[in-house]
Design a protein around this ligand. Structure first.
Ligand code: 2AM
Ligand code: CA
Length: 283
C-alpha cells in the first residue's frame, strides 16, 4: 500500500467524514479537560498560550488523519515553532502539497485556559493550495460547522447563509487582539475607525469560530491581523460556501498565506475594507 491510489476509499465524502470524526472526537476530549489542564506555557509572547490539551488534541487528530490518509501532509499549529516567521516558513514549505490537512486543535486557547466557553477545533483539507473541506467544531455548544467546496456549508445539518446587512451601520462585526504586539497597532486603528460606524463589535477570542459565525449569518463581518493558516483555512471555506467574501485587509482574495483577514457577508465588504484602508492599516 505504498501508492495513494491503492487506498480503497479516498473520495470527497471520505475526506469530510474523517474531518468530522477528528473534530468531534478532539472537541469532546477538550471539553472534558476544561478547567483541568495541568501545564500552561508561553509561546511567542506573554499572550500566546499553549497547554498539554492543545498538544494532545493535535496528536489525536494527526494520528486519526494519518491512519486514513498516510500519504497526506499535515500542518498543525503545535507542530510549528512559535512566531510569524516560523509559521510562514512552514506554510511556504507545504502549501503546494497535493493534499494538506491544516489543523488548529484548540482555536481560542486563552478562552479555554480561563474557562470562557468560546473555543473551537478547526480542520481544513487543501488540495494543491485550495481549501476543499472545512470543519469547525464548538464543543461547548455542540455546534459542528462543515463546508465542502462547491457543495455548500451546513450547521446542525441546515444549510448556512451569510447575513443580509448591506451597510456598515446595520452590521455586527467581530475582531481579535493578536498576540503579536506589532499587529496590535493596526488592529486598534481599525477598531477606532469602525466602532462609531457599526452597530457594535465583538471580540470573542476564536478567529475560527468568528469565521463560522460570519458563515452562519450571526456576524456581518470579522477582521483580524497576524493570523495563521490554521486559524483561517476551514473558516474561509465556510464563509465562501455560505455566500460571503474573504479577502485580506487590502481586498485581495483569500489564499492560504493570508495573515490579515477581512471576512463578511459580501454585501458590505467594500465599505468594510475601505474603512480599514482609510485607517491606514493595510499591512
Ligand atoms: P489560538 O487560540 O489558536 O492561538 C484571537 O485573537 C485569535 O488569535 C485566536 O484565533 C488565536 O488562536 C489567535 N492567536 C493567538 N495567538 C496567536 C499568535 N501568536 N499568532 C497568530 N494568531 C494567534
Ligand atoms: Ca491553537
Amino acid at each position: 500500500m505504498n501508492d495513494q491510489r491503492d487506498i480503497p476509499v479516498i473520495g470527497g465524502k471520505s475526506f469530510m467524514a474523517v474531518a468530522i470524526n477528528c473534530a468531534a472526537k478532539a472537541g469532546e476530549w477538550i471539553k472534558t479537560k476544561l478547567g483541568k489542564h495541568t501545564s500552561l506555557s508561553l509561546k511567542y509572547s506573554a499572550q500566546d498560550l499553549v497547554t498539554e490539551v492543545d498538544k494532545g488534541a493535535e496528536t489525536m487528530i494527526r494520528n486519526l488523519i494519518m491512519t486514513h490518509f498516510p500519504h497526506h501532509s499535515f500542518l498543525g499549529e503545535e507542530g510549528v515553532q512559535p512566531g510569524p516567521e516560523a509559521s510562514m516558513r512552514a506554510l511556504h514549505d507545504m502549501r503546494d502539497e497535493e493534499y494538506l490537512w491544516i489543523v488548529d486543535p484548540v482555536d481560542g486557547t486563552t478562552n479555554f485556559v480561563h474557562g470562557f466557553p468560546f473555543f473551537s477545533v478547526s480542520i481544513a483539507l487543501a488540495h494543491k493550495g485550495e481549501v476543499i473541506v472545512g470543519v469547525i467544531y464548538d464543543p461547548m455548544r455542540d455546534e459542528l460547522f462543515v463546508a465542502e467546496k462547491g457543495k455548500g456549508a451546513y450547521v446542525h445539518g441546515q444549510r448556512m447563509a451569510v447575513s443580509q446587512e448591506g451597510t456598515l451601520r446595520e452590521s455586527l462585526l467581530a475582531t481579535g487582539f493578536p498576540a503579536d504586539p506589532q499587529m496590535l497597532v493596526p488592529n486598534m486603528q481599525g477598531l477606532q475607525a469602525l466602532v462609531p460606524q457599526v452597530r457594535n463589535i465583538r471580540a470573542g477570542g476564536s478567529a475560527a469560530l468568528h469565521m463560522a459565525y460570519v458563515a452562519a449569518g450571526r456576524l456581518s463581518g470579522f477582521w483580524e491581523y497576524g493570523l495563521n493558516a490554521w486559524d483561517l483555512a476551514a473558516g474561509s471555506l465556510l464563509v465562501t460556501e455560505s455566500g460571503g467574501q474573504v479577502t485580506d485587509i487590502a481586498g485581495e482574495p483569500y489564499h492560504l498565506g493570508i495573515r490579515h483577514v477581512a471576512a463578511s457577508n459580501g454585501l458590505m465588504h467594500d465599505s468594510f475594507v475601505s474603512e480599514l484602508k482609510k485607517a491606514g492599516v493595510q499591512q
